[in-house]
Design a binder for this molecule. Sequence first.
Ligand code: NI
Length: 388
Amino acid sequence: MNRRDVTDVGKDFDRYLRDLLADFHREPELSHQEYNTTRRIRQELEDMGVEILPSGLKTGLVARITGGRPGPVIGLRCDIDALPIAEDTALPYASQTPGVMHSCGHDFHTVTMLGAARLLKEHQAELPGTVKIVFQPAEETADGAVEVLKEQLTDDCRLFLAVHSYPHFPAGTLGLKTGPVMAAVDRFKVTITGRGAHGAEPHKGIDPIPVAAALVQSLQTLVSRVLDPFSPAVCSVTHLESGNTWNVIPETALLEGTIRTLNPADRVTMREGFCRMTEAIASAWGAKADIEWFAGPPAVINDERLTALCIREASAMGFAVDRQEDTMGGEDFSQFIQSVPGVFVRVGTGGDCPSHHPHFTVDPAALTGAAQYFARMASVCLESLADD
Ligand code: NI
């Protein structure tokens, strides 16, 4: 097929996307509660004649565009949920739900993929394979991707591309970089149990507070002394609690926090080091440490070859391509690309205000280009897989 065709848009296309963005932005819904959002996505896809795959998902859905020519299956992925943040923008279409806001651009992602769906549907006959589009719920709570994967609707996808807005680039710029681009996110909770005593008689108890204090200090040495200094990692103790008055040595202390790593080997090293250090420090004081470990999504690692293809097409379409900044934030898109290649594409949406902020906005001027880019990439990827 002449793949340039897939980016041809009618004159109402940009208006359509802008209106949709306003509608989704006005009515944000929290993770696992994206009922109206899902209903609207479904309605738009049905109006386009795009097939929606039956599933047990309460929110979110998977659409399928089966090409007129046989070929491989690939996946496009966006997320659809909002955040518990009170919007403080002057947008005419600001959130009408108090305390809930699309401040991570998932409304932009949703509309981008609806736009891509429309373009791909118009060129369905020429497509050499099948495109599945995942409208994923609950990215912010990091469990939506796993829910979608359990439905086994995307098991045949040979690669995935994901969209994310990026406020630090203007519209017309894409952030594309090979290798790790988002961190693995692990969470820990430690309960240190000593023995309570009178504040005047510490020798009759086992004080958990100095144990916790030693632990907070020592944990930082994991990053600085155990890992390669060129390999980024973060260990943050974000919650520390013990005791409730001035003259009683408490029985327990609680520590909570997160460990972020970019490299899978470091993730293992950090967990082992964390457990070893925590148990050893507690036992050195005669106390006991109970460790609860919550493994979050793995790091998002952009595939080298696919990223090169994404960069080539971006340049051919006239986008500026920037090496996106690294972040130790997490993204559960990684769950989709544990056994197939994927690329997390950052789309410049301007504004320069970081996401998850009450002032966050996206520039609607970025919509049409983003939709065209994912439609084009879908057809390019199908062709390149067929050539393999
Ligand atoms: Ni996000």
